[in-house]
Each structure stands twice: as C-alpha cells, then as structure tokens.
Design a protein around this ligand. Structure first.
Ligand SMILES: C[S@@+](CC[C@H](N)C(=O)[O-])C[C@H]1O[C@@H](n2cnc3c(N)ncnc32)[C@H](O)[C@@H]1O
Length: 296
C-alpha cells in the first residue's frame, strides 16, 4: 500500500516520511565465531572505516567506508563480519537460542539470521536452515560457509508443508512478505496492493501452522516480517493465537520500539496488539521490522 495508508498507525509520521527519503546506512555484526569485536574493529578502523556502535551491542552502523560497498574487503571474504541491518538482528535476539538446542529457521536465505543464531550459540546447536529457492539457497550456503558455521544443516522445501522429521526447541519464521520495511534499502517502482498483502498473509498463516507442528511442547517461535501492513503482521499473529493454539509472550528487549496495531480496517487485534513489537526506521536509523514471540 502507499505509505500514506499507514499514517494513523506509524507514530511521528512526518519524521518517518522524512527518514524514508534518506539513504539507509549499512550496519554490520562482527562474526564472533572467527574474531573478537575488539580485533576486527581495530583492523577495519585502520583501513579507514568509522563505526557507531549501538550501545554495547554487537551492532555497528557504518558511518564511513573506504570502499563503495562495505562488504568489499578481505576481512569480509574471510567471514569476519556480516553486513546486516540492525532491525534484522532483532528477531534472533528475541528468540534467545541456547547451546545444545534444536533450532529451525524456516525461511532462512540468504542467512543473515541463521549465521547470527550460529554465532549466538557459539556454533554449538543443531540449526536447520530451510528455504524454497535454489538461487537463494546457494547464497545461504555461501554465507554459512564464509562465517565458518558447522552447526547448520541446509534443507530445501516449502515451509507451509515440509515435514522436517523432528521437533525443535525454537523456531524462527522470518516470513516471506511484501517487504515494505526494506524500501529504503531497495527502492522499487510500485507499492504492493491489497491483493498481494492478502496473498502473503494466507501463505504466512500456513507457515505458522507448520511451525506449530514442529515445535516441542513449551517451545517458542519468533514470527517476524519486514513489512508494515497489519494483514501480514498482527492479523497473522491473532490467527496463530486464536486458531492454531500459540500463546503470545511479552518481548523483553531494551530498544526503542512501538507496540502493535490495535485496530485496522474493521479488524481488532485485542488479544495480541500489546505483546508484539514494531521497529521503525526513524527510531534507530534502520529498516522496519515486526516481531512476535509465541509459545506452544
Ligand atoms: C524475508 S526472506 C528471509 C531472510 C532471511 N531470514 C535472512 O535473515 O537472511 C524470506 C525468504 O522466504 C523464502 N520463501 C518464500 N516462500 C517460501 C516457502 N513457501 N517456503 C520456504 N521459504 C520460502 C524466500 O526465498 C526468502 O528467502
């Protein structure tokens, strides 16, 4: 939809619109499987990079780069860091993966979050990273290899239907969506229309059902998208709770975010709106992200 359609649900809309017209900065995460934050930052600063670290998180906004694309370095080829928007780092942080667990990443390519999860558990878990598209799976495999994660098993299948043959402690469903939250990074010619939002929403619901089948009792799932439309966000989470059986959990994270949308076009999200979170570009200078934490 046109961004104006969200005027009533995005706070400080004028500021939001202003930042959407500016280029999105690159962010990066140090791959701690291969190098310490301190060593890499010193090495890259020596080469002319300048960073703004987000508080004491492993999340660095790149404010100066000696090369046009900040991934065009020897250190990047060696897998010492991963270019990833800070908003995209939040779903794995909310998922809180632990060593020794079985973790499923249902729509994983090109692997930003898979490789982040592998680093968070120090490569000591069983991580199944699935995607449907061959070309994107190649990129996923390349990234997993580059960062040196040996705990990742890659599968190809439809996240709506695939049977993984086991259950998991945690599942990340970073769902395919209309991507309105990444237009700052990748501008496009036209906005998605209502039909597309509905198409994605239905697909996301089928994926949520399949995620439920694969979660252990007591296991948790993070549902995330990089889009703004409530049909792909709150509506899907309300369905997950009312029809699938998930329990919504409060998200405990210390960053600026907004609560979910309470009502949208005759739909009310009474059961979940105050549990889910929305991250907007005008708060931390990122893309946009929607995140829900659900328990079986
Ligand atoms: C938002 S992107 C995932 C980004 C990824 N999680 C990351 O952080 O790098 C959504 C992914 O879903 C995949 N996808 C689309 N339809 C799918 C389906 N039916 N089953 C599995 N994956 C699907 C797309 O190929 C795409 O890679």
């Amino acid at each position: 939809m046109k961004i104006e359609a969200y005027k009533d649900i995005i706070p400080d809309f004028e500021e939001f619109r202003r930042i959407m017209a500016t280029p999105q900065p690159y962010w990066m995460r140090v791959n701690t499987l291969k190098i310490s934050e301190k060593d890499l930052i010193a090495r890259l600063e020596n080469k002319g990079f300048r960073f703004e670290r987000y508080r004491d998180w492993n999340a660095y906004m790149i404010v100066e780069s000696p090369v046009k694309h900040p991934g065009a370095t020897f250190e990047h080829s060696l897998g010492y860091y991963y270019i990833q928007d800070f908003a995209s780092m939040i779903p794995p942080i909310v998922l809180k993966p632990r060593k020794g667990e079985r973790i499923l990443d249902m729509a994983a390519a090109p692997g930003s979050k898979t490789t982040q999860i592998a680093a968070m558990v120090d490569d000591s878990a069983t991580i199944v990273a699935n995607d449907i598209r061959d070309d994107r799976i190649r990129a996923l495999a390349g990234n997993v290899e580059r960062v040196g994660a040996t705990s990742v098993i890659i599968t190809r299948g439809d996240a709506r239907a695939k049977r993984f043959g086991m259950t998991f402690d945690r599942i990340l469903l970073d769902a395919p969506c209309t991507g309105e939250g990444v237009v700052r990074k990748t501008p496009r010619k036209r906005e998605p229309d209502l039909r597309e939002h509905i198409k994605f929403s239905k697909m996301q619901m089928r994926m949520v059902e399949n995620a439920y089948r694969h979660l252990k009792d007591g296991g948790v799932m993070v549902y995330s998208t990089c889009t703004y439309n409530p049909l792909e966000n709150e509506h899907v989470v309300q369905y997950a709770v009312d029809e699938v059986g998930f329990v919504p959990l409060q998200i405990d994270i210390d960053i600026p975010y907004e609560r979910g949308v309470r009502e949208w076009r005759e739909r009310s999200f009474e059961g979940i709106w105050d549990k889910v979170i929305r991250v907007y570009p005008h708060r931390i200078n990122t893309g946009g992200m929607f995140i829900a934490l659900l328990k079986k």
